[in-house]
Design a protein around this ligand. Structure first.
Ligand SMILES: [Zn+2]
Length: 220
């Protein structure tokens, strides 16, 4: 029975690297894979998935109008496929997550989705919410906060290190994202101890400066 997988993490956990490695493993065994990533990244990354360590592979783009079940069905007519990979799966719509479930259930192809669980305000993304609800297998990709604890949250900062607490879920711009543990996320976003405090200065700015170029461009 093919399964629908969701590997989720905070920002900069190396999800794309894991995806590309897994796809590569299929190719080594002579099997074919089909990769998707969100069209929200298309202008910068073209039709490919690129990891922080510089590995990349061609990928199809999806926007929120594409029927992924139909797309995958058409690919199968052209030739054999053994696994579907979806990066930036947080941007899937609920319907698209169900379309991927049908790919697993009816086309009998495993579907491996990788994405962020929550946005910078601590809310679930639509795609992640549905994947958490119906995926067969959930996997957490671990990354750590500055303090050494597991990072499960993401803060959005402007160019000078101010933590932003308002704005669209998907932002196009020069904002920087940093993964934090829940405790430090609450402090940095001003929820604790003084709820309502505005844009506290981020104290781990050096870590953000050291981020690889493609992390800095990541817009989520
Ligand atoms: Zn922490």
């Amino acid at each position: 029975m093919a399964k629908l997988y969701f590997s989720y993490a905070a920002m900069n956990a190396g999800k794309s690297t894991i995806l590309l490695q897994a796809s590569h493993n299929y190719h080594e065994r002579g099997m074919q894979t089909l990769l998707y990533t969100s069209s929200l990244y298309a202008e910068m990354d073209k039709r490919s998935i690129t990891s922080r360590i510089g590995v990349s592979a061609p990928a199809e783009l999806y926007d929120n109008k594409i029927d992924l079940f139909e797309q995958v069905s058409r690919h199968i007519e052209k030739g054999p496929l053994h696994c579907i990979f979806v990066d930036e799966a947080q941007f899937l719509t609920r319907d698209q997550v169900w379309q991927l479930a049908r790919v697993a259930d009816r086309l009998k192809l495993p579907v491996m989705c990788y994405g962020l669980r929550t946005d910078f305000q601590g809310n679930l993304f639509e795609g992640s919410s549905e994947l958490l609800a119906i995926a067969d297998v959930l996997r957490e990709v671990r990354t750590i906060c500055e303090c050494g604890s597991k990072a499960t949250m993401v803060v959005r900062m402007d160019e000078v290190g101010n933590v932003l607490t308002k704005g669209d879920q998907v932002a196009i711009g020069k904002d920087v994202y940093v993964s934090l543990c829940r405790k430090h996320w609450e402090e940095q976003t001003g929820r604790w101890p003084d709820a309502g405090a505005s844009s506290p200065k981020f104290s781990f700015a050096e870590e953000a400066d050291a981020a690889a170029p493609d992390e800095k461009r990541t817009k989520t």
